[in-house]
Design a protein around this ligand. Structure first.
Ligand code: NI
Length: 154
């Protein structure tokens, strides 16, 4: 395993769409292992492959609950329920913390590192992490969701 360098906001790669994984091979496993180590080294709750410069649909999530570290390959959000609003950050933007509205319960369909399909449902912080990381795969950053409403003029 090895630590990988995390790309920061402002780098164009974070705006690109990641491609699906088609080969469930040692190269993917190495990527997943490195991503988990990199996320843990920064006490992060999630990391997408694009954040280490790899444009593939691969995500790791760890909100320190019963699920432990979750590996998601080709994840897709298949259902959402309710809303939550809370603080959110990103390892690619170390000093930014913003309130972001997200669904409160999210079900994700994904594949594991061997290509086997599964679904997982998360609520609260886990739902937030799923949404944040899946967004990364489509070039969307959490700051895009911040409602910057200027007060209406009277
Ligand atoms: Ni992020």
């Amino acid at each position: 395993m090895a630590l990988r360098q995390i790309v920061k906001f402002g780098d164009d790669i974070l705006r690109k769409k990641s491609r699906p994984v088609t080969n469930f091979d040692e190269r993917l496993w190495q990527l997943l292992d490195d991503m988990k180590e990199t996320m843990a080294s920064q006490q992060g709750a999630g990391l997408a492959a694009v954040q280490v410069g790899v444009l593939r649909r691969v995500v790791v999530v760890d909100v320190r609950d019963k699920h432990g570290v979750i590996e998601l390959v080709n994840p897709e959000i298949i259902s959402e329920e309710g809303t939550q609003c809370g603080g959110e950050g990103c390892l690619s933007a170390p000093n930014v913390w913003e309130n972001v509205e997200r669904p409160n319960v999210v079900t994700v369909k994904a594949q594991d590192r061997y290509g086997k399909e599964f679904t997982i449902t998360g609520s609260a912080l886990l739902a937030r992490a799923f949404c944040h990381e899946v967004d990364h795969l489509d070039g969307i950053l959490f700051t895009d969701h911040v409602k910057n409403d200027t007060p209406a003029e009277k």
